[in-house]
Design a binder for this molecule. Structure first.
Ligand code: CP
Ligand code: NVA
Length: 307
């Protein structure tokens, strides 16, 4: 059987997403002491991070442990890649020791290089282009709060970045209407927009990219945002602060949405930039539920890809 990787949500079917949501709910409801399901017993999973992480790293480490496996955290700074060893050689060597590898890196092409050279499953823990594990757990949060996904309008306000891309891919698969409101200079990837629009046509969803945050927020069931400066973009901080100023989720923008709107953010957040403290801490915010749901979804992902 060919090895399976999770590099983006594009090749994942709607049925597969539904199965993962079901398994995540199973892991969430399972008591911590329950030993009936240890699909990673005797297995070791590497967590190889080239960028900072709080949620992804810790939730994966705990998830591997809860499933009976052994997580091994590896920082790019500590392995021989830093001294010039190739991804190809490292991937071949690590494949001999490990049963799976979660990787957080910059270019998607680098992740694909790992996947080509490794004989074990590679899971995307975030690249510049995608953050599939985040969006799978966000779908779990929306499903829990709304009881459905299909037909909901999600307005993403801000940068056309990795989160926006994975939201478009996941949203299109489950029949949501995803509207991205971003400045003209910071649009999502054109290829991903086209592809997800075509997927959405089949699922009954819709993908739209516009520039007016108020129009995007109108009647939205979900308002979602992310940082204006992603990891690796620190030198663009000033121009981004100017460009994204009208794209803040504040109480005025939230008032355009449905009265029972869910306010979402993948975290880490910068209060007073992409979202106000008032909205973030307000009654419509499910931001910390999102963070909690990373753990059961990582368990479902590990069971599916490594178990
Ligand atoms: N949302 C998210 O991926 O957080 P971390 O960068 O802390 O992993
Ligand atoms: N877009 C952000 C997401 C962090 C989880 C980044 O890439 O830094």
């Amino acid at each position: 059987m060919p090895k399976r990787d999770l590099l983006s949500l594009a090749p994942i079917s709607t049925e597969e997403i539904e199965r993962l949501l079901g398994r995540a709910q199973f892991y969430k409801n399972r008591s911590r002491a329950a030993k009936e399901s240890l699909p990673l017993a005797g297995r070791s999973v590497g967590l190889l991070f080239e960028k900072s992480s709080t949620r992804t790293r810790v939730s994966f480490e705990v998830a591997v442990t809860r499933l009976g496996g052994h997580p091994i955290f590896l920082s790019f700074d500590d392995i021989q890649i830093k001294r010039g060893e190739t991804i190809g050689d490292t991937a071949r060597v690590l494949s001999g020791y490990l049963d799976g590898l979660v990787i957080r890196t910059y270019e998607q092409e680098k992740l694909e290089d790992w996947a080509r050279n490794a004989s074990i499953p590679i899971i995307n823990g975030l690249t510049d282009l995608h953050h599939p594990c985040q969006i799978l757990s966000d779908l779990l949060t929306i499903l829990e709060k709304r009881g459905k996904l299909k037909g909901l309008k999600l307005a993403y306000i801000g940068d056309g970045n990795n989160i926006a891309h994975s939201l478009m891919e996941g949203g299109a698969k489950v029949g949501m209407k995803v509207v991205i409101a971003c400045p003209k200079k910071f649009m999502p990837d054109v290829g991903i927009v086209k592809e997800t629009q075509s997927v959405a046509r089949k699922s009954g969803g819709k993908i739209e990219v516009i520039h007016d945050p108020i129009q995007a927020a109108a009647g939205a069931d979900i308002l979602y945002t992310d940082v204006w400066v992603s990891m690796g973009q620190e030198t663009e901080k000033r121009i981004r602060a100017r460009q994204f100023k009208p794209y803040q989720i504040n109480s005025k923008l939230a008032a355009q949405a449905a009265p029972d709107v869910l306010i979402m953010h993948c975290l880490p957040a910068h209060r007073g930039e992409e979202i106000t403290a008032e909205v973030m801490e307000g009654p419509r915010s499910v931001i910390f539920d999102q963070a909690d749901n990373r753990l059961p979804m990582q368990e479902a992902i590990l069971e599916r890809w490594v178990g």
